[in-house]
Ligand binder design. Structure first.
Ligand SMILES: Nc1ncnc2c1ncn2[C@@H]1O[C@H](COP(=O)(O)OP(=O)(O)OP(=O)(O)O)[C@@H](O)[C@H]1O
Ligand SMILES: [Mg+2]
Length: 224
């Protein structure tokens, strides 16, 4: 489903070009659950953002379901993001004044889903992550783990092909982090492809494979 071939990326810092990815090749098939690990600054988030069409590569090839992503413009990338990707971030990124239901509805508003169907699907998605009785709560009235579940419900609501998660347990206590991983694992068993960045070995242990990055390359991939 995801094919990266010799991907390179550098950021401009004033006069300097700072290389961040130095020839990354990675193949992720449908149904995979892969954790990306590595030291701070090794390029994990940059790689994840390229996979999620949030950032673009400088050199190399990115194919998603056979389509050349590296050749697309901003509008087409937005479309791919909306239809095919679901995002989960460390800080949840929920809208504070919206209740859980409205937060989960948001990607469907962008996708042009009509209100009655939107509410139904948002409610189903919240139900799936175990928040049926918290639908009308705003984020401030929810625990960190519950907020991350809302974010996961939001990520799922357009039925994406892949879940892109950057340190999804990074702001959670150990126990809650494991609960979120149990949810990821059940989503993966139901067929969702998951690409996740984490710093923690015991979180990466939930994935099927672990890719280790260093200095902008993938050093090795191991199977759990
Ligand atoms: N938008 C940007 N502009 C300039 N430099 C950037 C940008 N984003 C990332 N970088 C640089 O690219 C390098 C890799 O960053 P990246 O966020 O991919 O690392 P990471 O592996 O996710 O690190 P962490 O574990 O700390 O999250 C870092 O040196 C960072 O400073
Ligand atoms: Mg990062």
């Amino acid at each position: 489903m995801i094919d990266l071939i010799n991907v390179s990326k550098a950021y401009r810092a004033g006069e300097m070009l700072v290389p961040v990815l130095n020839g990354v090749s990675l193949n992720i098939h449908k149904g995979d659950f892969i954790a990306i690990m590595g030291p701070s600054g090794s390029g994990k988030s940059t790689l994840l953002n390229i996979i999620g069409c949030l950032d673009t590569l400088d050199r190399g090839v990115y194919q998603f379901s056979g389509q050349r992503i590296d050749l697309l413009g901003e509008d087409e990338l937005t479309h791919i993001r909306l239809r095919h990707m679901g995002f989960v971030f460390q800080m949840f990124n929920l809208i504070p004044r919206f209740n859980a239901l409205r937060n989960v509805e948001l990607p469907m508003i962008y996708a042009g889903v009509q209100p009655p169907q939107r509410m139904q699907r948002a409610a189903n998605s919240l139900n799936l992550v175990g928040l049926r009785d918290r639908m009308y709560h705003v984020p401030a009235k929810l625990s960190g783990g519950q907020q991350q579940r809302v974010a996961i419900a939001r990520a799922l609501v357009n039925d994406p092909d892949v879940i892109i998660a950057d340190e999804p347990t990074g702001s959670l206590d150990t126990r809650t982090g494991h609960d979120i991983m149990t949810l990821f694992q059940s989503l993966n068993r139901a067929g969702k492809t998951i690409v996740m960045v984490t710093h923690e070995d015991d979180i990466a242990a939930y994935a099927k494979r672990v890719a280790r990055m260093k200095d902008g390359v993938i050093e090795k991939i191991t199977y759990n």
